[in-house]
Design a protein around this ligand. Structure first.
Ligand code: ASP
Length: 448
């Protein structure tokens, strides 16, 4: 269990703010940016790498143990079916919300012709790599995502953080097989992975002790790097794309402030304020690392220990969610696709918008939980509605910042679903239960 004197999310916020301030001061005081890149950035990289280092073993161990502990296959199909249905449902809603906002606010129509041409020219090379990728995707069978799920070599899947879906697939198979062999044979295997799981969770606690410093280093170097690419030009572009960025952020805000709380009201008895309070460190970490996979170890720890979701549910729902459930990403892809169409002066039919809902849902499932993955997968959405993929050039500039925010929404979505599934299984964490007595809902239970 974490024992923090100053709550960990407060420490992380301090790290984050100091990182921002440090970055801004170092730019304006004309410091050599190489100092930040050479001496501060490495600490951020070490921090993220240490989280990534444990992501694969964690997914493997927790999923295997999670399934084996369910006891029988019927429970697995019940919880599994429920989880996947809710994941698909929330992702489609998220894309729909994105479409709603982008159609109402019409950010693409605000972009002056000249700016559009500048953007296209500036990011032309970047976009042509994406186009190449698009051409590759076009040549593939529509069933390719299913082919990609099955590793041809387990060990190469285990050594590739972006192949997490393959690890999930293998872990599911091992878990199901364990349920179907004699108990005494399976027991040592389960005990091994169970022990491994605990060891990894312990390592997460060690890593979290240095999280505030890691976050500081990440933010400080990010600011310096962003500014490095011609500050004036970057600001000018960001300004031109402000309306688009605000549209994405408004949609993400809607998910956080309206959609998730409504789900909570409908399906759980948990106090949403307590939920968000417990989840702060997870959201901040997702924001700083732009990676759901890197955040997963902490998501699991918080969801189990602070929200009281059982290991059975969390160790199945969360690793799966970190790989396939990306509400923030699908929302962003919906907005980005329509924005690009609007900016290029192309009108989309209702049919095309429905295609966006379907393809953005699939593309977000296929996006790895790593920085920038959502933008690469946007190609699939654009292809499906016949919008030139070079249009991605229009939205490259603010992507890093939007990535940070959408990743925070991605991990929130995973935790929400874990809690909803746990509640539907009759797990009702004491102390977090919604009550009409405001004194009992002050969150004191979760700050211990
Ligand atoms: N960075 C996101 C994540 O890890 C994926 C994306 O949208 O780029 O959840």
């Amino acid at each position: 269990m974490f024992k923090f004197k100053v709550a960990i999310h407060t420490q992380i916020i301090i790290g984050l703010v100091l990182g921002l301030v440090f970055g801004v001061i170092s730019i304006f005081s004309g410091w050599n940016p190489a100092i930040t890149i050479d001496y501060i950035k490495p600490f951020g990289t070490i921090f993220v790498n240490s989280l990534k280092m444990i992501a694969v073993p964690l997914v493997l161990a927790s999923l295997i143990v999670g399934i084996a502990n369910l006891g029988d296959v019927s429970k697995l199909s019940r919880i599994g079916g429920k989880t996947i249905l809710i994941y698909i449902f929330t992702t489609m809603i998220a894309t729909g919300v994105g479409l709603l906002f982008v159609n109402i606010l019409q950010p693409g129509k605000q972009l002056p012709e000249e700016t559009r041409e500048n953007l296209m020219a500036l990011y032309d090379t970047d976009a042509s790599t994406k186009q190449q990728r698009a051409a590759e995707i076009q040549e593939q069978s529509p069933l390719q995502p299913f082919v990609d799920m099955v590793p041809e070599n387990l060990f190469s899947a285990l050594s590739d953080n972006t192949a997490m879906l393959q690890v999930v697939f293998f872990a599911l198979l091992v878990g199901i097989a364990l349920l179907n062999i004699p108990k005494e044979k399976g027991q040592p295997v389960v005990a091994f992975f169970d022990g491994l799981n605990d060891v990894i969770i312990k390592i997460v606690e060690y890593i979290m002790l240095v999280a505030p410093y890691g976050v500081f280093a990440l933010l400080a170097s990010l600011i310096v790097e962003l500014a490095g690419e011609d500050t004036d030009k970057a600001l000018e572009l960001l300004y031109a794309l402000l309306w688009y960025s605000m549209t994405v952020i408004a949609g993400l805000g809607f998910m956080l402030l309206i959609f998730y709380p409504s789900l909570f009201r409908l399906f759980t008895k948990i106090n949403i304020k307590d939920f968000f309070k417990a989840l702060h460190p997870v959201q901040l970490l997702a924001f700083s690392t732009s990676s759901s996979s890197a955040t997963l170890p902490v998501t699991m720890d918080v969801v189990e220990k602070k929200l009281g979701v059982s290991e059975q549910v969390s160790s199945f729902v969360l690793p799966l969610g970190a790989t396939i459930n990306m509400n923030g990403t699908s929302l962003y892809q919906g907005v980005a696709a329509v924005f690009i169409a609007q900016a290029l002066g192309l009108d989309l039919t209702i049919g095309q918008q429905i295609t966006i809902v379907v393809t953005a849902t699939l593309a977000s499932i296929g996006s790895a939980g790593v920085p920038g993955a959502g933008m690469v997968m946007l190609v699939i959405v654009l292809e499906a509605i016949n919008i030139p993929t070079a249009g991605i050039a229009l939205i490259v500039a603010p992507d890093r910042i939007l990535d940070m925010i959408r990743t925070a929404v991605n991990v929130t979505g995973d935790a929400v679903v874990a809690t909803v599934v746990a509640s539907s299984e009759g797990e009702m964490p004491e102390g977090l239960i919604r009550t009409t007595n405001p004194l009992a809902a002050d969150g004191s239970e979760i700050e211990k």
